[in-house]
Design a protein around this ligand. Structure first.
Ligand code: KG4
Ligand code: ZN
Length: 373
């Protein structure tokens, strides 16, 4: 067993996050399978500073504004973590640096993609500078691998809860965020086949666009979920794009257009709350039906023992509840990270960086906005 203390940085979109995570697991890499044993992660700090209020008036994230805010927030959050660490009595070995005293850190990790290029650079530049000052290795991490491995993070209150022990393979993993909708068949922690992904809009993007059509603020996902609770999901028959297709790809842009036409054709009813609640509930039901239909079909086809849900959209309680129920009906255990690890955060970046580091699979330390799984 090897233990690594990783300080991770995440700035791919509109959340600035810094985390300190203790990672452990077997160091040995099995050449054939690429397995590295069962990793364990203890999240010591995971601080997130959201920029939603700054971007909200623009109806979406403005890349250069995000970069400026990240550059402003990073030293503050890093400073907060260092102060917290120093206040803890009997901390582990302290390293003396010419400028400041810092607790032991073995490596620094940073998201290199996918994401908004200027935003990614803010994190990379800060991380490079820090790694140089502290004379520590810098590990590049893939944001989507972060979402995937957030399923292996345990709640901060429970010391080393061996959550990963319960995740068995094969596993069907649905990664749903603002920019991606990906379905994987994982045969091990590090081996997977991408079964399908979105051909146009991601699920989160569809939530955001439909929210805007309904006059709801950015980000739209939580707003739609909130008002959908008061509506009837069967009120409007929106299409379930590609649900019946044999492949595992998704498409949400046509569904968004259906909502647009529906709103245009029922102009006079717009002002009624009931009308908006029903549109939100029926739209959410359509998205969830497609996501779940495909995931469960994959779980059955590949004999999944586990179903994993992750990414910003998986905060949605209706999606979580329905997928849990359908997974259990299909004989698979259901996993979904807690709220703080589902939305963008640096703890998941530490996890992804650790697994890459153990596999000795390095990523280039420059912004790669189109990186994928
Ligand atoms: O993973 P994430 O925080 O950032 C990206 O990597 O993209 O995902 C953000 C996306 C946004 O599109 C947001 O509207 C959506 O996740 N989202 C939700 C909910 N909360 C956030 N979608 C549906 N229901 C929610 N409760
Ligand atoms: Zn994300």
């Amino acid at each position: 067993m090897s233990l690594m203390r990783i300080l991770a940085i995440e700035t791919s979109c509109d959340d600035t996050s810094v985390a300190l995570v203790e990672a452990s697991g077997h160091r040995r890499v099995q050449a054939k399978t690429g397995l590295i044993g069962k990793p364990r992660f203890k999240v010591i700090y995971n601080i997130v500073s959201s920029q939603i209020k700054i971007h909200r008036p623009f109806g979406g994230v403005v890349p250069n504004l995000a970069k400026r805010e990240h550059a402003k927030n990073l030293p503050k959050i890093f400073g907060r973590i260092m102060n917290k660490e120093l206040r803890i009595k009997n901390t582990k070995t302290k390293i003396h640096n010419s400028k400041f005293i810092i607790p032991a850190i073995d490596a620094i990790a940073v998201t290199v993609g996918p994401g908004l290029e200027p935003a990614l650079w803010a994190g990379i530049e800060f991380a490079k500078d820090l790694a140089k000052k502290l004379k520590k290795p810098l590990i590049g991490a893939n944001h989507m691998e972060g979402h995937l491995y957030s399923n292996w993070l345990s709640a901060r209150s429970k010391k080393y809860e061996a959550r990963s022990k319960k995740i068995e393979f094969p596993a069907a993993a649905l990664v749903v965020s603002g920019g991606h909708t990906i379905l994987l068949n994982m045969t091990s922690l590090t081996k997977w086949k991408k079964l399908g992904e979105t051909r146009d809009d991601a699920a989160g993007e569809a939530f955001d666009k439909v929210a805007r059509l309904l006059g709801l603020p950015y980000p739209g996902g939580p707003e739609i979920e909130k008002i959908a609770k008061k509506g009837d999901p069967k009120a409007i028959k929106f299409p379930r794009p590609m649900l019946r297709d044999k492949n595992y790809d998704f498409s949400f842009s046509g569904l968004k257009t259906s909502v647009l036409y529906y709103l245009r054709d029922s102009k006079n009813s717009h002002s009624s709350n009931r009308f908006r609640f029903n549109v939100a509930a029926s739209f959410q039901q359509a998205v969830v039906d497609v996501l779940i239909g495909k995931t469960i079909r994959a779980a059955r086809e590949f004999g999944a023992k586990s179903v994993l849900l992750c990414g910003g959209v998986s905060v949605n309680k209706f999606l979580q509840k329905t997928l849990r129920q359908k997974s259990e009906e299909a004989g698979a255990k259901f996993f979904c990270p807690s709220f703080e690890y589902n939305t963008d955060n640096a703890a998941m970046i530490a996890a992804a960086a650790y697994i890459r580091h153990q596999q000795k699979k390095k990523l280039r330390l420059s912004a790669q906005s189109n990186l994928n799984l």
